[in-house]
Design a protein. Structure first.
Lengths: 83, 148, 148, 83
């Protein structure tokens, strides 16, 4: 699974992207966020408040209940502020 | 037509391109967003726009498709800049061409509202007190919600 | 700023002038009206715009004042052409500058709706079947009425 | 009183402006329109249907009940079609 981080999520995690092998029980965006948060450090800080976090799977906006599987590209970022 | 770029753009040229050589267009509505020199009562030094390359273009295309499905538009252009911008700089242009003005105006407002809440851009401000990520505004969600 | 002229105008230059040298403006909304090449199912040869010199300028100024009283606008420009125009030609430009986009968009729509129902201009079309004065549209009155 | 005519009103009346001395009982825009209509010819045609006619006194839009007096500039024209 390829993970991407943007804006302050990227800054807190300390990197823009990484490849991870998540355990099999990590089957949703929300479970993935919880699993990342449990790594502690910058991850714990970035994923402290899921309400401030948005996600995209394969470049489509999704909710935290959306499924994820091996091979997906999952992005985490704050609510967008363009325009 | 959608474009994401660090270079500046020319609103007049973009508007002219929308209706050049055509006589079926009666109305072109457009919007230019600019960097304001003040934020949270502080002077702004610069604003940096980060985005999600690939998804940004796809999301802007989806937003354009939705506008075209909703209004009879002859053409649409969305240009959004990324990178570091100074106060007064242009950030975004949307322009819509239609036979009549109501469709052109409504579609341009829709494009801006959707872009503000769907397109993966993030603004970071450099102010006297340091760097700050711009917080998403509830009023933008409300503006987008009126189209549902 | 209002202007009535037979010459063409440059929308990009007008938009740029609105925010040149300023950093308090976050939003410029604009509208360009164009001559369509077809009317009542006939090919249009040309459109001639007649106006009431003196009253036109006063009425456009009043329309601008009303928009400024209603929205916090940093600047307004209205340019309207008169005389004979060919299909595809620009007729009118309105552009509004404000801190935020809602005010800029709403004021631009208001200006167009009021201009369409209050400013003393009259369009005469030259088509295959001869000369025809354009009839005022009830939909323009309805559009103007929503601001009351 | 100075009268101005625009668009098809001008074409039907056959002139763009004229100076008239209206009788004293012509004290409103509506009465002025009636008095002009009674002149017959192009005037009768132009003023046949008051619903299709608009007026301005001294360059301000007015209704047909608006007062007019000597020295006023009164314009008659169809509903406007600019923009």
């Amino acid at each position: 699974m390829k993970l991407l981080y943007f804006a302050w999520v990227r800054q807190k995690v300390g990197r823009g992207e990484e490849i991870v092998d998540a355990p099999r029980h990590v089957a949703t965006v929300g479970a993935l966020a919880e699993w990342l948060k449990a790594k502690g450090g910058g991850y714990a800080e970035a994923f402290a408040d899921p309400k401030r976090m948005r996600a995209a799977v394969n470049q489509e906006h999704v909710g935290f209940d959306a499924p994820v599987k091996a091979g997906d590209e999952v992005a985490f970022f704050p609510p967008v502020t363009g325009g | 037509m959608i474009r994401v770029q660090s270079d500046d753009f020319d609103p007049g040229a973009e508007i002219a391109k929308l209706h050049a050589g055509r006589s079926d267009i009666g109305a072109v509505a457009s919007f230019v967003g600019l960097v304001r020199g003040e934020s949270h009562g502080e002077k702004l030094t610069s604003m940096t726009l980060e985005h999600f390359p690939g998804m940004t273009e796809r999301e802007l295309e989806r937003i354009e498709e939705q506008a075209r499905a909703r209004w009879a538009l002859d053409d649409v252009v969305i240009v959004h800049r990324v990178g570091e911008l100074k106060p007064g700089a242009r950030i975004v242009l949307v322009a819509t061409a239609a036979a009549h003005r109501a469709a052109a105006f409504e579609a341009a407002e829709f494009l801006m509202d959707y872009l503000k809440t769907r397109a993966p851009f993030w603004k970071r401000e450099l102010r006297a007190s340091g760097e700050h990520w711009v917080e998403a505004r509830g009023s933008d969600d409300d503006a987008a919600a009126r189209w549902r």
